[in-house]
Design a protein around this ligand. Structure first.
Ligand code: FUB
Length: 316
């Protein structure tokens, strides 16, 4: 008969082995994780902070894959700013062209992969591919969402009835219902007031940017980079994908030494994971606004009423 101690040691070792070491990507600077589960594999699309930046230097989007949430295969660049011919290259400064490949998200529908990409300052574009690895091309040749709608940080969600929603924005949360083709919509974008910061009101969990739509047990969740700055990860819940959203609290507070954050949530092999980022491998002598970020991941635990248990922040 095996003793409890004999059982406990391999169990402990196994638990240690399967826990990812954060940051999970340490060979490049990555931010704005957008995980997608397809055919038992996690496809992790990220934005990419380059060296030599004063603030943001972001030209392309990267892809990593994993089947165990511990080992990640680097597939390199999956798309870039240069895939959008309409993106004006003449702009310089903070909004300069090569500072623009901000937070993307990719989703599968009917065997095609749609990647929504902000070109900071110019709008949100969409790319399409027949494979999650690409090659991705621009099917419409213009921004899907023009530049006048706080147009960064798209998140896309397809409900059980097949209706797709695109949300985005900083400092406001906007959304549209996408048409079946995933590359068009009717009417005007709608601004959601329900989780916006109320001017001059203390409110630690208000929506700032980086929305991520997610559904579990019939309840809709909107996770987002909350407060500013530092940004933690907050979340709100609703009975409908179009809100109104109700603040539920903080999944993770912001590390005081960091600046941003950006959630991505998936269910995979029986667990729910939240991705985000920290500044752990940026040189400690750099200020937090030298954006050299690193994607991290943690398991989420839900309470019986669907609310989420708070996690400690990823230390810088
Ligand atoms: O990575 C550039 C921007 O910083 C993202 O679009 C925001 O969500 C924040 O992470």
């Amino acid at each position: 008969i095996i003793s409890v101690a004999e059982l406990a040691i391999p169990l402990l070792l196994f638990t240690f082995y399967i826990k990812a070491q954060n940051p999970i990507i340490q060979t490049k600077y990555t931010a704005d994780p957008a995980p997608m589960v397809h055919n038992d594999t996690v496809f992790l699309y990220t934005s990419h902070d380059e060296e030599n930046a004063d603030v943001f230097l972001m030209k392309n989007w990267l892809l990593y894959t994993s089947t165990d949430m511990v080992n990640w295969t680097d597939h390199g660049q999956v798309a870039s700013l240069y895939d959008f011919k309409w993106a004006d290259k003449a702009i310089t400064g903070w909004g300069g062209f090569e500072n623009g490949a901000w937070a993307p998200q990719c989703i599968e529908k009917d065997g095609k992969f749609y990647m929504y990409c902000p070109v900071q300052g110019r709008g949100i574009g969409v790319l399409v591919a027949n494979s999650p690895y690409g090659p991705f091309t621009d099917p419409i040749g213009k921004p899907l969402i023009g530049g006048n709608y706080d147009s960064i940080d798209p998140t896309v969600f397809i409900d059980d009835d097949g209706q797709a929603y695109l949300y985005w924005g900083n400092p406001n949360l906007w959304y549209v219902k996408l048409n079946k083709d995933m590359i068009s919509f009717g009417g005007d974008p709608i601004k959601d007031p329900s989780i916006a910061k109320v001017k001059d009101q203390p409110d630690p969990f208000h929506y700032q940017e980086g929305p991520w739509a997610y559904k579990r047990n019939g309840k809709y969740y909107m996770a987002y980079a909350s407060t500013c700055c530092p940004e933690g990860i907050g979340y709100a819940m609703s009975n409908s994908p179009t809100g109104p959203w109700q603040y539920k609290g903080s999944i993770m507070d912001g590390d005081p030494r960091s600046s941003g954050n950006h959630p991505g949530i998936i269910d995979y092999k029986g667990s729910t994971y939240v991705f985000g980022f920290n500044y752990a491998i940026m040189k400690q002598t750099m200020s937090k606004h030298y954006e050299r970020r690193s994607v991290c991941v943690e398991k989420l635990t839900f309470n019986n009423d669907g609310t989420i248990q708070k996690l400690p922040f990823w230390k810088v």
